[in-house]
Design a protein around this ligand. Structure first.
Ligand code: PLP
Ligand code: COI
Length: 353
């Protein structure tokens, strides 16, 4: 690996007012793939800087672009950890396969990231609710106008110290069910973490915001009957004491926080069901007084309570618009494992040496 360090480090932002994804550290990792040079080249850590791109750069036209999101944490003794980094890079390879992009060695990616984190250690905030958000992304860089897969890629990792994703922190969010636009459908790219999925979600998201909602709750693309996920998190409901979450049908992102939540809940005696979840079932459960709680799971969103869901003009208030007991327990457990407060029984915590 080649390392080129900056001469002068940037001024750090106020770690008590970080928000999400607004500040970037001094360095980034770049890893080029060029089929004509035998594939992946040597990883480089270089100063955070602009890219120079050919205007015919294929991903600017045809969207061969994918990304990931994971976090690093620092405890009060200065120990640094990451949460399930291998799972993110494995998922990135799955996304790459779906978009006909180059795949890479997961261990090499993790090692490169670890080097970068060590160099940027002082950028990791340690207060509760803060972390260093890690954004690996990859796009095709070959210059051409025909529609075919690129033979060149750039995998880059940038880092951003963050606080909470939602402006209101852990205040329950308000969602509106989208029954016109589609984010993804079975056979499409919903399961891949690709740039286009997010572009496809923006219009509905903007319309939701104008109506006073935080995010859109997406339904399946075929029948618009089943709940799938939210723009930046997977969804779960507590119905009559059971945690119910939409099954992974190929159109939903295989959330790593979702997987962690399911395993932690089951290990602690909670009943969890992964199955189709009809929006009508949610409405009925609410009318019957059985919709106890709703929450989202995601790296950026963590465990995020949902206090209101609007569907066809009806506003369903969940748990009086407050964070419920299961959501609170799960938030504490997941963040506790991530921050070393609870034992890492599943081997998810990666110590940065
Ligand atoms: N669903 C979507 C569309 C997302 O963008 C994310 C965020 O990564 C998630 C779900 C949650 O996935 P994870 O828990 O792996 O961050
Ligand atoms: C994440 O949680 O890491 C995400 O990728 C969500 C995001 C689109 C901000």
């Amino acid at each position: 690996m080649k390392i080129e360090l900056v001469e002068n480090r940037k001024q750090k932002p106020d770690f008590s007012k970080l928000g999400f994804g607004k500040y970037f550290t001094d360095h980034m990792l770049v890893w080029e793939y060029d089929e004509s040079k035998g594939g992946w080249q040597e990883q480089r850590i270089i100063p955070y800087e602009n890219f120079t791109l050919d205007p015919a750069c294929c991903s600017l036209h045809y969207g061969q672009g994918i990304f990931e999101g994971l976090k690093a944490y620092k405890d009060e003794n200065g120990n640094v950890t990451m949460f399930r980094p291998r799972d993110n890079f494995k998922r990135m390879n799955k996304s790459a396969e779906r978009l006909c992009m180059a795949t890479f060695d997961v261990e090499e990616a993790v090692k490169g990231l670890e080097e970068l984190i060590k160099i940027e250690k002082e950028w990791i905030p340690s207060a509760e609710g803060t972390s260093l958000y890690i954004r690996p992304f990859m796009f095709g860089t070959e210059a051409f106008l025909g529609v075919h897969p690129s033979k060149k890629y750039l995998l880059t990792i940038i880092l951003s110290p963050v606080g909470s994703y939602y402006a209101n922190g852990l205040q329950p969010t308000k969602l509106i069910v989208e029954d016109h636009y589609t984010r993804a459908s079975v056979g499409g790219t919903g399961e891949a973490k690709c740039m286009g999925n997010y572009a496809a979600s923006l219009l509905a998201g903007e319309q939701a915001k104008k109506k006073g909602f935080d995010q859109v709750l997406w339904l399946d693309g075929e029948e618009k009957k089943y709940v799938t996920e939210v723009g930046a998190m997977n969804m779960a409901f507590v119905i009559d004491g059971t945690v119910v979450t939409p099954e992974l049908d190929g159109s939903i992102l295989r959330g790593i926080t979702r997987d962690s939540a399911i395993k932690v809940l089951k290990a602690n005696g909670y009943a969890v069901e992964e199955r189709k979840v009809g929006i009508d079932e949610i409405v009925k459960a609410a009318h019957d007084g059985k919709l106890d709680e709703a929450f989202g799971t995601g790296t950026a969103a963590v465990i995020s309570p949902v206090g209101e869901i609007s569907y066809k003009g009806e506003n369903i208030i969940i748990n009086g618009g407050k964070m419920g007991a299961v959501t609170k327990w799960l938030y504490d457990r997941i963040t506790g494992i991530q921050r070393g407060k609870y034992a890492d029984d599943f081997g998810w915590v990666y110590a940065v040496e």
